[in-house]
Design a protein around this ligand. Sequence first.
Ligand SMILES: Cc1ncc(COP(=O)(O)O)c(C=O)c1O
Length: 391
Amino acid sequence: MLLWLTVKLPPTARFSTVCLHAGQEPDPSTGAIVVPIYQTSTYVQEELGKNKGYEYARTQNPTRLALEGNLAAIESGKAGFAFASGMAAINAVVSLLKTGDHVIVTSNVYGGTYRLFERVVARYSVSFTYTDTADPAALELAFTPATRMVFIETPSNPVMRLTDLAAAAGIAHRHGAKLVVDNTFATPCLQRPLTLGADIVVHSTTKYLNGHSDSVGGAVITLQDDDAEWLQFVQNAAGAILGPFDSWLVLRGTKTLPLRMAQHNANGLALAQFLEGHPKVRRVHYPGLATHPQHELAKRQMAGFGGMLSFDVGSLEAARQVLKHVRLMALAESLGGVETLISHPATMTHASVPADQRSAIGIPDSLVRISAGVEDIEDLKEDLNRALEAA
Ligand SMILES: Cc1ncc(COP(=O)(O)O)c(C=O)c1O
């Protein structure tokens, strides 16, 4: 829906206040402070052609509309659209393309995004070039006369490589292409791509925005009216909407996003520093470390370094032992929840990327990824230390 601001939210409100209040007004029928879960499929109409703005719940649902207003506000966008998953959101963005169009994509994009592009969208004669978008020269070289979109993940998964968003927006726009940013890892708490020149932001709300590992969802946030109109049309036409209960969960999640991100940032940095000093660890990927090749860009572009990190333990067998011996950290796909998760990118998140391509983009079988939760850091360090001793 198009962004509407609540009565009590002043236009000068700061980020934490916007997270809590944007899109949310006391329920008009009862005054309930929390937007209710409107678990309904349809709405009774007063007479033919006369309704309260709601006809059918695929098209409009008040809980979803509240979330969409909230997401648009926290990403500094004009309109937000909530989808059934992050992949459904990305698929909706892809519907802006036509046969013959070309897209440039960050080379180590999420494996599911790669699978959607290569196995599904490519069948409709849309072509994709995967390149290191962190390198402006490589990005520039990837354009063809048919390029209509640049799709970026920064930090990228799982090696935490960054793309300079303002520079990428300048390059994309000079070539007449839209810049789309998957902001799942950073969240609007740490970076707001639409303020740096991006045209569209996508999210897997499954991750930090919901934050509690109990909902799957996605979102698209736009700035331009024509993109918003098309996405609203596609959301209804294709119907991959986020349900009312999940919308309510994500709306609850964004209220505490700044609080949670502060703890994710602190734990992410502390774990990265601990791992960097550990004799069994060969390399740590975390933008908050001074040894990260793009640390200066991270400081400039991000308001914190996040909870995602990965580290190389030298062999597949050592990685297997670490994953087997952690107790507090849960071996699981996904990220961005309050519980710390640990995973093996080569066989989990990036299993759909061919092995030769995986090694080309820096994802060896010896790499382990952590999504740092909000537990006490000493407990996390002890758990990891014990697992590394066993490796
Ligand atoms: C960066 C990123 N984008 C998109 C997705 C897809 O989101 P979902 O699993 O909600 O469909 C994921 C899932 O892990 C992801 O990590």
